[in-house]
Design a protein around this ligand. Sequence first.
Ligand code: IDP
Ligand code: MG
Length: 149
Amino acid sequence: MERTFVALKPDGVQRGLCGEVMKRFEQKGFRLVAAKFLQPSEDHMKKHYMDLKDMPFYAGLCKYMSSGPVFAMVWEGQGIVKMGRMMLGETNPADSKPGSIRGDFCISIGRNIIHGSDTAENAKMEIALWFKDEEFVTYTPCTQAQLYE
Ligand code: IDP
Ligand code: MG
């Protein structure tokens, strides 16, 4: 089973979209394994977006991400990293198809409401940055046999 890190950014939380995003991951059949609501520090966001440190928007992005509430989650399921990114849409909401989260709920690239890991390797790093081992809940979902062959 694969895991991915998904987080509603401050704009997504303020716009009341946590439930909508959770609904979409739940109804797809993915399983929530960890979640927390927090205001991350700028330092934490600088680590999270380290690969973008040379981009002109890096400082503003990290400042913005630490300016308000973030709803951080870890979801699990077969092929979830790739599918999660498809569910999110493109980085620029203007290129995101209707039906995707960014395609349905936002307009500008700097306010694209949600983060999702782009590779399985980055997902592992991001999950380790945001969650401790004891913050994961282990359980057998009753839908398992209906979702997987
Ligand atoms: P992703 O979130 O789709 O993985 P990345 O390229 O990793 O996209 O960029 C991280 C975040 O940085 C984006 O979600 C967006 O909030 C912000 N960002 C990316 N490109 C721009 C830009 O050109 N201007 C402003 N913000 C940007
Ligand atoms: Mg990215």
